[in-house]
Design a protein around this ligand. Sequence first.
Ligand code: R2B
Ligand code: URA
Length: 311
Amino acid sequence: MVSTGTEMKDPENYHKDSFVQLHNPNVATMKEDILYHFGLSTGTHDFPAMFGDVKFVCVGGTPSRMKTFSRYLAVELGLAQAGIEYSNICEATDRYAMFKVGPVLCVSHGMGIPSIAIMLHELIKLLYHARCSGITIIRIGTSGGIGLEPGSVVITQQAVDAYFKPEFEQVVLGKRVVRSTELDEQLVQELVKCSGDLNEFPVVVGNTMCTLDFYEGQGRLDGALCGYTEKEKQEYLNAAYMAGVRNIEMESSVFAAMCRVCGLRAAVVCVTLLNRLKGDQISSPHEVLTEYQQRPQRLVAYFIKKSLGMS
Ligand code: R2B
Ligand code: URA
């Protein structure tokens, strides 16, 4: 079976006050749902009470980055209290970390498609069990840029695969299933507007290539394996640039595909740590990289504040 995923819904109308939808009739019939990798269960936790007021979800690679982001958000949203730390809701497991700051849930997803996909299955079910509606979800992350100054932030227009196609392909029961990776255009424009308001660092809208690997998958010359030349690498990255690709990372395609099917308004905002046309190694000093990583956080925190009528 080859499915485009477009039969699922009309993307124009799926946000508004829409409830999170699962694309699985089995879950509604389950007495208890154990979200194993979160260490949470509908049998032991009151999801509507814990998460029913969530309106924004921010996901990013590492637990520490999401903790830092939740602290920063607490200050920005006026919810920080001296000496009080937001605790990790998933402390029963070390697979993922989750922090809740008012209406914002911050969750780490690890590296790569399999890791974020597992997290998203459980996150989307969590939002469904909590009866959340009108959710906006944003991946904030890092990436390698193509033809951009390091530190530039890319708001993803389309998440594309390594052939530059806006598709996510998975094998389900031995068959190819292809889903669309289209993202919410209006949300892209809202984020662009916020970047103009902030005017603190370069922000571009472009396609994001999602790969299965950091080294060969992204055409690096410095992995343990490499069977191509510098010239072939440059040709590939230039072809990506011509296809509108401005950055490369490892989660956006499945993120876009899953959120689309389940009625979540989704965006991807990643900073570029280097310009891949100029090299492969991430060699900027730690402080520089730390500041770069804060850029998507600053933009998204501003967007949330603005959406809540706070700026
Ligand atoms: C960006 O950075 C990670 C690889 O270093 C990966 O998770 C990604 O998408
Ligand atoms: N993350 C990636 O996936 N690639 C890069 O080049 C940098 C960060």
